[in-house]
Design a binder for this molecule. Structure first.
Ligand code: ATP
Ligand code: MG
Length: 176
């Protein structure tokens, strides 16, 4: 008898697209549902590409109560939302230098039990944990956005694999 190995879902990267803000929230929810406590996600993308919309969905997927309204915080760099898994949201748009991250106590978030998501992650690349999920968002047209999702380290490659697997019945294709 031929012995078959269980098919691994592990995968390094994946490109998905959305056609509306709502679809981006749905994609975020998908991702939130497969994240584990302690996950770190770096988000990169120009102004207004949809980083905050993706995080709204992440919050939903992590079981954050809807009454917590996820926005781009204007002056607060960190927002914390309680949930099935708590969500820490860093928005580094206004961060002037990396030293400020020490004052914010970033390590407690990056190496804690909640899920931590970082908008403008490119500003603190050297401080990010080696193992993490990276999501780069590109503006394709008024309502289309492209998401390149990369898993750094095996646990995150498993997450990318799960997102890819779940996508089969879902609309996030880029062929349109
Ligand atoms: N497919 C899409 N996904 C997400 N947002 C979209 C999409 N199509 C259009 N939009 C619009 O793009 C904008 C995205 O705003 P959002 O605050 O999520 O971006 P951001 O990357 O967090 O911006 P900032 O850099 O200012 O923090 C919103 O106005 C939204 O309505
Ligand atoms: Mg934002």
């Amino acid at each position: 008898m031929v012995k078959r190995e269980a098919k691994s879902l592990r995968r390094k990267s994946l490109i998905l697209c959305t056609s509306s803000p709502e679809e981006t929230i749905q994609l975020g929810q998908f991702i939130g549902e497969v994240l584990k406590p302690g996950s770190v996600i770096g988000l990169c993308g120009e102004l207004g590409t949809g980083k905050t919309h993706l995080i709204k969905g992440l919050a939903r997927g992590l079981g954050v109560d809807d009454r917590y309204y996820v926005t781009s915080p204007s002056f607060t760099i960190i927002n914390e939302y309680p949930g099935r898994i708590p969500l820490n949201h860093f928005d580094l748009y206004r961060l002037e230098e990396m030293d400020q991250m020490e004052e914010l106590g970033y390590e407690e978030y990056f190496y804690g039990e909640g899920v931590t998501v970082i908008e403008w992650a490119e500003k603190v690349l050297p401080l990010l944990p080696e193992n993490r999920l990276m999501i780069e968002i590109t503006h394709l047209s008024e309502n289309r956005r492209k998401f390149r999702i990369t898993g750094l380290g095996d646990p995150y490659r498993d997450i990318v694999g799960k997102i890819a697997h779940r996508k089969r019945n879902e609309p996030f294709g880029c062929s349109q």
